[in-house]
Every structure is written in C-alpha cells, then in structure tokens.
Design a protein around this ligand. Sequence first.
Ligand code: NAD
Length: 269
Amino acid sequence: MPRFNRLLITGAAGNLGAVLRQGLAPLATTLRLTDRAGMGEAAAHEEIMPAELSDFDAIMAVVKDCDAVVHFGAAPMEKPWAEILNSSIIGGYNVYEAARRHGVRRIVYASSIHAVGYVRREEGADTHTGHRPDTLYGLSKCFVEDLASLYFHKFGIESACVRINSCFPEPADRRHLATWLSFRDLVQLVTRCLVAERIGHTVVYGISDNRERFFSNEKAAHLGYQPQDSAEDYREKVEAKCPPGDPFAPDIEFVGGFLCAVGHPDDEA
Ligand SMILES: NC(=O)c1ccc[n+]([C@@H]2O[C@H](COP(=O)([O-])OP(=O)(O)OC[C@H]3O[C@@H](n4cnc5c(N)ncnc54)[C@H](O)[C@@H]3O)[C@@H](O)[C@H]2O)c1
C-alpha cells in the first residue's frame, strides 16, 4: 500500500531527480514530476507537469492535490545572481507558499554542504551548526532552510533539509572520500524523511557511511537513516588518480571545496 496518494518531485529532469523518479516510485500511487527541462514520457503511475519555478501561478497548479513535496529543482551550482534569485530563492518561496495554500504537510528539500561551506575540515559540524555559506548558491540554500523553519514554526509544514554533500555514481576525488553520497543512500534518506513519524524541521547531512567525514548526523537519528554504501570501497582507485593537495589551499581547507575558491559569479571573467 503506497504511503502517499500523490507525491511531487521538482527538478525531476535533473540528475538526482531521475534517481528519485525511480527510487521513490513505490511510495506513491502517483508521482507528479515537474521541471522546466524535458522529462520524457510519463509512465502509467506518473504525471508530467512542466513549470518554471519562479512562476507562482504555475507552481500553485503543480502543487495542487499533492500530499508531500520533494523539492530538488534549483540552480545546482554557483550561477549568476539573477538565476540564483529566480530559480532557487523565489522558486523555493513559491514551492513553500503553494504548499501552505494547498495544505501540504511535509517537504523534503535538497539543501547543500555549501550552506556551511566555510567550515574547516578539522573543525567539523553537526546539524545544529550555524550557516556559513561559501557562495550565492550556498546562500540560497540557507534562505530555503530558514524558510522551511518559518513554515514549520508558523504554519506546521514539516521539512527535512538534506545538506547533500556529493551525490554522484562514485567518488571522483579525495574530498569525495569524505563527502560522497551514493544514489542508493540518497533514495533511502529521502524515503526516511518522507515516512518518519515526526520530522519537525530537521537538518541532515546527505552522506554515505564513509570512514572520513566532515559532519555528524547524530542529532538526526530520529529519521532512522542507515547508509549502506561507503566511499572507502573506492579509496584505492581515487588515491591512484588524485595526488594529495595543499592543506592550506581553500579547496582543501574548507568543506565546501573548490566553491570556496571561486569569486563573484557576476564579475567579468
Ligand atoms: N548532485 C549533488 O551532489 C548535489 C549536492 C548538493 C545539493 N544538490 C542539490 O540537489 C538538487 C538537484 O541537483 P542535481 O545534481 O540533480 O542538479 P541538476 O541540474 O541535474 O537538476 C536540477 C534541475 O532543476 C531544474 N531547474 C533549475 N532551475 C529551474 C527553474 N527555474 N524552473 C524549473 N526547473 C528548474 C533543472 O532544469 C534541472 O533539471 C539541486 O537543488 C542541487 O542544488 C545536489
């Protein structure tokens, strides 16, 4: 018996959206998928509704009749301010406000390690560590995490803000040995955020069971997330390919990696 009648995934055409489209299917009778990019053909259990996140009326229509939202649509990296503002900040507001007006009770939000990117590796962080964004991208994640807090405390919409570290098929560099999140663990984590009895406003780090890690999920144990994969299985391959770097270079000093070293996106190249 599926947990939801209709579950919405935003950013469904994206890399992680495609993983969740498969992985979350058992949770809902109907998966509603939205993105501004093409999402292919709808399967029998799917509804496809293209929409621009910054268009409030379009997002109102997309959120209508959904029981929960998995909000992964956004500028996925550092981008010019106009794009961060429209896709991620206004887009995030539109999703939460449409959810409030339609009575949606729970949202899982794709936040990022870049909300705390200027934490030093050896300092580490837990889920109560304050924001320390490393980019306008990270700042947009801080905004939506705080929006989620407001909409929980004032309007009772529960949220899990998943600070995804590095979710790719496999770890690509030495930093990923600490930050990797497998696709299988992503699906489990989002599932737990959707089905755990109470989540309130929870922040959780999206990481697999890596030996090295920068973050503790101890205070998010109520989600029941138990990662199955580990970057350790790829260590030999990664270390053979990537020599160790300078520990004082910003991309190694801080958990945000190379985004800690980039300038303002609107500066002339
Ligand atoms: N992949 C990772 O390791 C990682 C790490 C941290 C956070 N995240 C977050 O997870 C989410 C998904 O990331 P991804 O790697 O799948 O990125 P992606 O670029 O593949 O997917 C993002 C999707 O959002 C859509 N989108 C962007 N702006 C839009 C707009 N204005 N209107 C409608 N649709 C819009 C894009 O078309 C795209 O399909 C993002 O919010 C990203 O910030 C990902």
